[in-house]
Design a binder for this molecule. Structure first.
Ligand code: GFB
Length: 312
C-alpha cells in the first residue's frame, strides 16, 4: 500500500535529499508545496492544506537555518519563523491524524559545555551556546512539543531527530549566512579562481564539529520510516561518530578545491561551541550506519557547487 508523505521544505538541503530518496521508492506518494504555494507560518493556509491532503506521514524539513553569524545577527527571525512553522504543522498534522511526523532538531540544542559525546539525556542540562540561543530554544520547543503530543495523545507519532551539521548538494553557499562547510567551499573556490594569496576564515579554527552528509540523513529517515518506531526512545541523535577541528576541515576543503594559498583566522569572529559531537548509539543499535566519508561528501558537494553555483 502506498503511503502519502508530505515533505515540508522539499527544496532545501535535507528536504531535497529526502525527495530524491523517497521519491525513488514505490512505497510512497510524495506531496510537496513550494513556499509561494503554502506559507507554513500562516495557520489558515496550513490547516486548509492538511485538511485537503491529510498526509499519513509528514517530514518537517522546513524552517529558518543558518550559520553562526546569521544566528547571531537575526535571532528574532530564527525563533519566530521556526516556532510558527512548528506550531502550525504539528497542530494541523495531529488534527488530521498523521501517523508519523519526523521533526529535525539541532545539535546546538545541547548545553554549550556538554560532556562529549552528547547523548539525548543531556538535553536541557545546561545553557546552549549564546550565538544560537534563539534557534536552539525554538528547536528545543519543537522536540518538547513532539514528546508532549505523544504523551497526551497516547501514541508515538511525533518523532524528533537530531542530525549534526548536515552538508551536501543544494546547501546554502552564501558566504555570510551559510554554515562553515559550504562557506569554506565557496571561499576557497573563489580565492583559487581569483588567484588570491590568502583566505580569511572565522574564529580560531580550534572548535570541533561533526559533519553528516545529507544522503546519510535521508537514509536514516527512510530507515526510521521502514522500522517500527513504537518501542524507540526519542529524540534520536543522528551523527557519524567522529568530528574534525575547523582547521582540519579547512585543509580538507582546500585540497578538494585545489587552493594552494595561505589560511588566515579572523579571531574577532565567534568560535561558537567548542565541540558538538553526538553520541548516536540509540540509532546505531538499530543497525543504521552512515555511508559517506567526509572527503567523499565534500567532493560531491563541490561538484554540485561547480555545476550549479559557481557563476552566482
Ligand atoms: O557552521 P557554523 O557557522 O556554525 O560555524 P556552528 C562552525 C565553526 O566554523 C565556527 C567557523 O567556529 C565558525 O567560526 N568558521 C570559520 C566559519 N570560517 C567560517 C566561515 O567562513 N563560515 C562559517 N559559517 N563558519 C551553528 C548554529 O553553529 O550550527 C546553528 O549557529 C546550527 O544554529 C548549526 O545549530 C548546526 O556549528 O558553530
Amino acid at each position: 500500500m502506498t503511503k502519502s508523505i508530505y515533505i515540508a521544505g522539499h527544496t532545501g538541503l535535507i528536504g531535497s535529499a529526502l525527495l530524491e530518496r523517497l521519491g525513488g521508492e514505490d512505497d510512497y506518494a510524495i506531496i510537496t508545496r513550494t513556499h509561494s504555494q503554502l506559507d507554513l507560518s500562516d495557520h489558515v493556509q496550513v490547516d486548509r492544506f492538511f485538511e485537503k491532503e491529510a498526509p499519513e506521514i509528514c517530514i518537517l524539513a522546513a524552517g529558518r537555518v543558518g550559520g553562526i553569524i546569521a544566528n547571531r545577527d537575526y535571532p528574532a527571525d530564527f525563533i519566530t519563523e521556526n516556532l510558527a512553522i512548528q506550531l502550525n504543522v504539528f497542530r494541523a498534522a495531529r488534527h488530521t491524524g498523521v501517523k508519523k511526523l519526523i521533526f529535525f532538531g539541532s545539535s546546538c540544542m545541547y548545553p554549550r559545555e556538554c560532556p562529549q559525546p552528547m547523548n539525548e539525556d543531556q538535553l536541557l542540562t545546561g545553557k546552549p551556546e549564546p550565538t544560537s540561543m534563539a534557534y536552539a530554544i525554538s528547536k528545543l520547543a519543537g522536540v518538547e512539543m513532539c514528546l508532549a503530543y505523544n504523551r497526551q495523545y497516547g501514541a508515538r507519532r511525533f518523532l524528533p531527530v537530531i542530525p549534526n551539521n548536515v552538508y551536501g548538494p543544494r546547501d546554502n553557499f552564501d558566504s555570510k549566512s551559510s554554515h562553515v562547510l559550504p562557506g569554506l567551499i565557496r571561499k576557497f573556490h573563489e580565492a583559487r579562481e581569483k588567484g588570491l594569496a590568502s583566505v580569511t576564515l572565522w574564529g580560531t579554527g580550534t572548535p570541533r564539529r561533526e559533519f553528516i552528509y545529507v544522503d546519510d540523513v535521508a537514509d536514516a529517515v527512510s530507515f526510521l520510516l521502514e522500522h517500527d518506531t513504537d518501542s524507540l526512545e526519542f529524540p534520536l541523535n543522528m551523527g557519524v561518530g567522529y568530528d574534525n577541528s575547523i582547521k582540519d576541515l579547512a585543509e580538507i576543503v582546500c585540497n578538494v578545491v585545489g587552493y594552494i594559498g595561505q589560511i588566515k583566522w579572523d579571531t574577532s569572529k565567534p568560535d561558537g561551541a567548542p565541540r558538538k559531537l553526538l553520541d548516536s548509539s540509540r540509532l546505531k543499535v538499530l543497525g543504521w550506519r552512515p555511508k559517506v566519508g567526509l572527503e567523499e561528501g565534500i567532493k560531491n558537494s563541490y561538484q554540485w557547487y561547480l555545476k550549479n553555483m559557481s557563476e552566482t
